[in-house]
Ligand binder design. Structure first.
Ligand SMILES: [Zn+2]
Length: 195
């Protein structure tokens, strides 16, 4: 499992690079990184455990955030965080989504925007930068799973925001790139504000 001091922070150029595609079959190194990233997320969401290890809670961690410039990210979204009744991609009561996505591509996105009412945070950004992070409210994402099989998911609301945040990391993006610098809390009619 990774600890906070192994997570790359803003200012390191790996966070601003476009990561390379992951090759299949997965190398042992990529498998190990994926396992450690998911372990971080699981432990970070456990209130007693995260205190013990000093972990900031997270729902996603992308490979560049641990210094690996390849296109994959682990995502762990608790079902409780997903307000709306949505068709779940997996049969898991505790999590709306648990998995590592490889070579993800957003193939469709809605004109309608979504943003978290509290703004976003990132394990690689120590200061919480205020403001709405406008993203597509609905997306279709294609990716490969650990076996290299093509998957497709349609997501909306919170899960769509989490996936977009992580996919940004694979192309050198950080959440605050999307904040309106002049008026960070400016609301628009076309945006749904969540949570
Ligand atoms: Zn992040």
């Amino acid at each position: 499992m990774y600890l906070m001091n192994e997570i790359v922070r803003d200012g390191n150029k790996v966070l601003r690079e476009r990561a390379t595609k992951v090759e299949f079959p997965l190398s042992d190194e990529v498998k190990e990184v994926s396992k450690n990233m998911m372990e971080y997320l699981v432990v970070s969401q456990n209130e007693e455990e995260n205190e013990k290890y000093g972990l900031r809670p997270g729902v996603g961690l992308a490979a560049p955030q641990v210094g690996v410039s390849q296109q994959f990210a682990s995502i762990l979204i608790p079902s409780d965080d997903v307000e709306e009744l949505q068709e779940k991609p997996e049969n898991d009561d505790e999590y709306y989504f648990k998995g590592t996505i490889y070579n993800p591509v957003i193939t469709r996105q809605s004109v309608k925007q979504g943003a978290l009412s509290m703004g976003e945070g990132c394990l690689s950004v120590d200061d919480d930068l205020p403001g709405y992070v406008n993203r597509a409210y609905k997306i279709t994402v294609k990716f490969q799973n650990e076996q290299g099989e093509q998957q497709e998911l349609r997501l909306s609301g919170y899960p769509a925001i989490v996936f977009q945040h992580e996919i940004d990391h694979l192309h050198g993006g950080l959440y605050y790139d999307h904040i309106n610098k002049k008026d960070p809390w400016n609301q628009t009619d076309n945006t749904r504000y969540l949570g």
